[in-house]
Design a protein around this ligand. Structure first.
Ligand code: IMP
Length: 197
């Protein structure tokens, strides 16, 4: 089994999440300090798979190390899968979470509850030092609520409603969310892949 892996992200919350999930494997998550000199990957892929693979492969080839990277997005059925890979910049380059949520609620204005189905999807790419990619995926299904509810989390959390719990991701709080989320599921599957490498 591999001994050390770089997580190609500058997001400290993601580092903590992956450390928690992988804690019982004997794999070191390489320190982020090395990323100071590392140029940011341009996420210009048309799919989550393309972006995750690009982030993982560029870092793997740069550091000559096993690397893991993720890319996530919200896919709304009524909008044919949008915002998807463009989730972060749905309301324009540099927009806030508040802007994206307002835009999505406006785009679904008048759309009946049963047609507001959506899913969060995470794709994880694990790259060998030579750039061979292994993918995993995690999804959670829900609906887009009629208005924002709850304060915890980030991004679309206040408008992503999970029917099984009768609450939005924001109302659920981070502990419950992180046990059922798209990212958690993809990371659990990544753990199974890492065990076999
Ligand atoms: P990333 O690939 O994890 O950076 O996610 C891209 C964008 O998708 C974020 O900027 C958010 O807008 C949205 N997103 C991804 N995961 C979540 C989540 O767990 N809750 C809310 N929004 C999310």
């Amino acid at each position: 089994m591999i001994k050390e892996i770089i997580f190609a992200t500058r997001n400290l919350h993601k580092i903590e999440e992956i450390k928690e999930i992988l804690k019982d494997l004997n794999i070191k998550i390489a320190p982020m300090i090395s990323f100071d000199k590392y140029p940011k990957t341009i996420e210009d892929g048309k799919t989550l798979e393309e972006n995750a693979a690009k982030k993982a492969r560029e870092a793997a080839e740069f550091f000559k190390q096993w690397t893991i990277a993720d890319d996530s997005g919200l896919e709304v059925d009524y909008l044919n899968g949008a915002p998807g890979v463009y989730s972060a910049r749905y309301a324009g380059e540099g927009c806030s979470y508040d802007d994206t949520n307002k835009k999505l609620l406006a785009d679904l204005n008048g759309v009946a509850e049963e047609k507001r189905t959506a899913k969060f999807r995470t794709v994880i790419a694990i790259s060998s030092p030579e750039g061979k990619i292994y993918f995993t995926e995690g999804k959670i299904f829900g609906t887009i609520s009629l208005r924002v509810a709850g304060t915890s989390g980030f991004g679309y959390d206040p408008i992503f409603y999970v029917p099984e719990y009768g609450k939005t991701f924001s109302e659920l709080g981070s502990e419950v969310k992180n046990s059922i989320s798209h990212r958690a599921k993809a990371l659990q599957k990544a753990k199974e892949v890492l065990k076999r490498l």
